[in-house]
Design a protein around this ligand. Structure first.
Ligand code: URA
Length: 234
């Protein structure tokens, strides 16, 4: 299998598309049950940034598309070493079309400065691209529907470190159910490329519990050390 096809298949697998049918062959299988996960996607190579962004903008894979104002793809430097992953857009992000622009976003910017980065130096994305109504937590099926998009963003970005902020991001990226308090302070790895991943508290949690800011500061220093040591070995 050539590299492009392998990447394409990995993308389809991540999207939950377990059976690939070309448009021409599709009719022959018309009697077979086709669920969301075996939906026929458009043929072609794994999407580049522009194609992926437009796929996300038109996504109807879960019911969140019915209530969103717009999708929130991700923002920042597409050559960044650091990828920050949050949970889901809130009301401010749904309006602006950009992640972390509300109060939690202001605090995230401060957290990044503590690690020595400006917002524009890093790339920021969420586990899911549409706002869950009433700011409820994303549901497992919504996370699953969206995970191929984030996976492709990671492939395109090739970050040197991922900072997972909050429980939903940490659990979804690590497949863990441990509390953030137990996951922080350890170097984890994401995906087949084993990208170093560090967990910290969500800035929205810090707005409610400002005493925990000291722990986040320590987490960011730890993430910086992980990043520097992983940059030295490769
Ligand atoms: N919280 C998140 O996790 N992501 C956002 O984009 C905004 C708030």
């Amino acid at each position: 299998m050539d590299g492009q096809r392998e990447l394409h298949n990995a993308y389809l697998q991540a999207m939950g598309i377990t059976r690939w049918v070309s448009r021409q062959a599709g009719e022959a299988l018309a009697d077979e049950p086709v669920c969301e996960k075996t939906a026929i996607a458009s043929a072609g190579p794994a999407p580049d940034w522009a194609m992926l962004e437009s796929q996300v903008a038109g996504c109807t894979r879960c019911r969140l598309h019915e209530t969103r104002t717009q999708t929130v793809f991700g923002t920042g430097n597409r050559n960044a070493d650091w990828l920050i992953i949050g949970e889901a857009p809130g009301a401010d992000e749904d309006r602006a079309g950009e992640p972390f622009v509300g109060r939690a976003g202001m605090l995230l910017n401060e957290m990044l400065l503590a690690a020595g980065y400006r917002r524009d130096d890093v790339y920021i994305a969420n586990i899911i691209k549409c706002r869950p109504p009433d700011n409820r937590n994303p549901r497992p099926d919504e996370v699953q529907s969206c995970q191929g998009y984030l996976q492709r963003q990671v492939e395109l970005l090739q970050p040197r470190i991922i900072l997972a902020v909050g429980k939903i991001a940490a659990h979804s990226l690590l497949g863990s159910t441990e509390p953030v308090g137990r996951l922080r302070g350890t170097q984890h790895y994401y995906g087949v490329k084993k990208i170093p991943l560090v967990v910290t508290y969500h800035p929205a949690y810090l707005l409610r519990s400002p005493m925990e800011k000291r722990k986040v500061w320590a987490d960011l220093q730890f993430a910086r050390r992980v990043f520097l040591s992983s940059s030295q070995v490769s």
